[in-house]
Design a protein around this ligand. Structure first.
Ligand code: PLP
Length: 398
């Protein structure tokens, strides 16, 4: 029997991280691998944010921080929510965490009892399901259709709600599909949620700024359910601050206080220097993000064109984030030159890595086993080279 807990033994390793690890191992053997597996901007954090971090050190911000974040940072987050999302919150509604990831985990662990059902819109971000499992909740995945850009509809949601449904989780813009819910779609979902008073919504808006259609709509904008919405956002994607580890949530007081309590026992307040840098990031507005978004849009167009040139890929047009998510099931059942049969997207991803030296992530990690996720957060030349390799290696499949 294992020395380890049932809890950790039941947990899956993050597939995106596992693929990046394999790619690094190949690279360490001297293979020139192009990794499109990671969800990380390839931009440096803007200089004015770095400068604020240096200043924070010089100003002596080296002590424990308040668990939910510095008061001026929480106020700046309220100002941001007001400015960008027309949402009215007070600092007491805000909990700053070590990444949006911790904000999500705090919320799930604070709301879910064993046996509670959590409806997760699929394709979903890899960690949602594991967080629910950790809380001993039951994940009910609700798969959007390719025809509807993988977006779950209000009707599909209503059919999945049971008396045990406690929470709905989704991201928009979505990782992995890049889909963005429109105001009408979210309004219809909010109308359904409004009819079930026990149901809460965890809205992951981390890709808010990386949006090619323009309007970002927050679920908390619908007054009938605002009190039952927990909005999660952060700095990793919009400000290219993945390594700094900071994110936040906004929720009604009762829930925010619970998340603060959870965090107080596990990590305390997030890094002092990072918080000062995040304050500067918000004060600088979103113009630095706009420059990055222009590059992401260009690369999306480039990669879409490259994908369309690959037989057997069915690729919806992403409206945001920095991924493309083609359906690759057309290759299932084909045979590699060494005689192996490609049974799954995972087999295909391994073949592409070993033969084409391109790393992507099997869609099963996101609840969509017919698909594969390619990150477009790489230089244009790298993306071009990657898809030449992919096309060439896939052409070897019989
Ligand atoms: N939510 C989604 C949908 C993500 O893709 C990510 C990062 O990949 C996160 C949350 C976590 O972000 P953070 O770096 O702020 O923890």
């Amino acid at each position: 029997s294992s020395v380890l807990s049932d809890r950790i033994n039941a947990m899956q390793e993050s597939q995106t991280i596992a693929m990046a690890k394999k790619a690094r191992e190949l690279a360490a053997q001297g293979v020139d691998v192009i990794s499109l597996s990671f969800g990380e901007p390839d931009f440096q954090t803007p200089q004015y944010i770095k400068d604020a971090a240096k200043k924070a050190l010089d100003d002596g911000f080296t002590f424990y921080t308040p668990v939910p974040g510095y008061p001026d940072l929480r106020q700046a987050i309220c100002d941001k929510l007001q400015r960008d999302n027309q949402l009215d919150y007070k600092p007491e509604n805000i909990v700053v965490s070590t990444g949006a990831k911790q904000a999500l985990a705090n919320a799930v662990l604070s709301l879910i009892n064993p046996g509670d059902e959590v409806i997760v819109f699929a394709p979903y971000w890899v960690s949602y399901e594991e967080m629910v499992r950790l809380a001993e909740g039951t994940t009910v995945t609700l798969m959007g259709t390719l025809e509807n850009d993988f977006k779950v509809t209000a009707q599909e949601l209503e059919a999945a709600i049971t008396p045990r449904t406690k929470l709905i989780m989704y991201s928009s813009p979505c990782n992995p599909t890049g889909s963005v819910f429109s105001r009408e779609e979210l309004a219809a979902i909010a109308e359904v949620v409004a009819r079930y008073p026990q149901v809460h919504v965890l809205a992951d808006e981390i890709y808010e700024y990386i949006n090619f259609v323009g309007e970002h709509v927050s679920m908390a904008q619908f007054p009938a359910i605002k009190d039952r919405v927990i909005t999660v956002n952060g700095f990793s994607k919009g400000y290219a601050m993945t390594g700094w580890r900071i994110g936040y949530l906004a929720a009604r007081r009762e829930i925010a206080s619970a998340c603060e309590k959870m965090q107080s026992q596990i990590t305390s307040g997030t890094c002092s220097i990072t918080q000062r840098a995040a304050l500067a990031a918000l004060q600088g507005g979103r113009s630095s993000a706009d420059e990055m978004v222009a590059a992401y849009r260009r690369r999306r167009d480039l990669v879409l064109a490259l994908c369309q040139d690959i037989p057997g890929f069915r690729t919806p047009t992403p409206s945001g984030a920095f991924y493309v998510f083609p359906d690759v099931s057309g290759y299932f059942g084909k045979t590699t030159p060494s005689g192996d049969v490609i049974g799954t997207a995972s087999d295909l991803a391994m073949f592409m890595l070993n033969d084409g030296h391109v790393a992507a992530v099997d869609g099963a990690a996101f609840g969509a086993p017919n698909c594969m996720r390619f990150s477009t957060a790489a230089a244009d030349e790298k993306l071009r080279e990657a898809f030449i390799r992919i096309k060439n290696c896939l052409a070897k499949l019989q």
